[in-house]
Design a protein around this ligand. Structure first.
Ligand SMILES: [Zn+2]
Length: 408
């Protein structure tokens, strides 16, 4: 594989949605916004340059195929996403897409003939930042999408359906994106670790054994937006304080269960210095590798919300925005990655994955595995997100060998 070619494509993709000072302000490339649409064109261009035949499905998944010798055989699929969070980094998702293009391009250039077709996929809206729920492209492929998603609106009031149509896709035909189980032999995703385990072990590459699935909830407390001066403390229905209590409960419950819990998005209305918060809306993200324990965590948090609402005399509404089951990786794909590392004399280790990925969804229709690449200081979803050039190249070489192992 060509390390320099991979690196320059990563740097080029990073310019779409980047602010002037990328190391401080990062990249904002939300799904289907103009930055994302421009980046998509670049990815399509790259795939064509790599000699892949490119197709974009009804929900905007970009699929580049390297045809195998035997096209009756199921395809081997690899890929990730190119959308980002607000002020995100250069590698999350991007490495999995561009690394896959580079790996497949190198396979083609080296004249290796594979039995199975390889599809490189850039999935639509993995992050879910714009409309509040993610994995849209992979869910469409796995047959897990339904109409309700089309009615979701972004902060500007644009519906998902409108955004899809404006981008030139056909959301009403979303069922046509579904892929059959028989069609796909395996799905493998290369991704930055977004944690510090590999760095701590001095290893550039890791093999993922299982993925935590997130539950996303949106909670709305409604109290009274009374005057901050005229309302004595004992006569208040302060939704902001209710929110503060639940935030601390989330911390307690997640710690107690050995999972993780985060409140990352808050909104208070009317939001004035001298007004008691009337409405407080906030997000909760709960994750655990064990599904039963995660269900217990969710129930405990729901109970805490209920108790706080009674105690403070505010109403509570809880919407579950996303619920993805944790998944164990396929032993077959893990073996193929291990074999690849062995072929390359590349030391590696097995580790769990804390973040959610398209792989979680793809695991419902095929054998799934993930290659992790070392992140500097474990920083991710942040302008300072970093993975060294050499590590990107090693990950891509491991992906190259893994694809050959699976498709020859
Ligand atoms: Zn990602």
């Amino acid at each position: 594989m060509n390390q320099q070619r991979l690196w320059s494509s990563l740097q080029k993709l990073a310019t779409f949605g980047a602010s002037e000072n990328i190391s401080e302000e990062g990249i904002t490339r939300l799904s289907l916004q103009k930055e994302d649409l421009a980046a998509r064109k670049y990815v399509i261009e790259l795939m064509k340059e790599a000699g892949l035949s490119v197709k974009v499905d009804v929900v905007g998944n970009i699929i580049g195929s390297l045809k195998g010798v035997d096209q009756t055989k199921p395809i081997v699929m690899t890929g990730s996403h190119i959308d980002t969070v607000y002020q995100g980094g250069r590698f999350d998702g991007a490495l999995g897409v561009l690394g896959a293009i580079e790996a497949v391009r190198s396979i083609k250039e080296s004249g290796i003939k594979l039995q199975n077709t390889i599809d490189v996929v850039s999935f639509t809206d993995e992050e879910g930042t714009r409309f509040g729920t993610g994995y849209i492209g992979s869910k469409a492929m796995a047959g897990e999408l339904d109409e309700t998603i089309l009615q979701l609106r972004d902060d500007e009031g644009v519906s998902y359906e409108e955004a899809f149509c404006q981008a030139g896709f056909q959301p009403e035909r979303y069922k046509e994106a579904i892929r059959n189980k028989e069609e796909i032999k395996a799905f493998i995703e290369m991704h930055i670790e977004q944690g510090k385990v590999l760095e701590g072990n001095n290893l550039p590459i890791g093999i993922v054994t299982s993925i935590q699935g997130p539950v996303w909830m949106e909670v709305t407390f409604e109290g009274h937006a009374d005057h901050a001066g005229a309302t004595p403390m004992n006569m208040r229905y302060d939704s902001g304080l209710a929110m503060a209590e639940v935030m601390l409960d989330v911390e307690k419950i997640a710690t107690q269960y050995g999972g993780v819990g985060t409140v990352g998005k808050l909104r208070i209305e009317p939001g004035g210095v001298n007004i008691i918060p009337g409405i407080s809306k906030f997000s909760i993200d709960l994750r655990h590798i064990d599904k039963t324990k995660r269900i217990d965590m969710v129930n405990k948090v729901r109970e805490a919300i209920h108790q706080v609402s009674i105690k403070r005399g505010v109403s509570a509404k809880v919407d579950v925005k996303k619920s993805v089951d944790p998944k164990v990786c396929s032993p077959k794909v893990m073996e193929a990655i291990e074999e690849a590392c062995h072929q390359l004399d590349q030391p590696t280790m097995k580790l769990q994955c804390g973040a959610g990925h398209d792989s979680l969804i793809m695991a419902n229709i095929t054998e799934m595995g993930m290659i992790f690449v070392r992140s500097k200081d474990g920083i991710s979803h942040h302008p300072k997100e970093w993975t060294d050039t050499e590590d990107c190249a090693i990950g891509t070489q491991v992906l190259f060998n893994t694809l050959v192992n699976l498709a020859q």
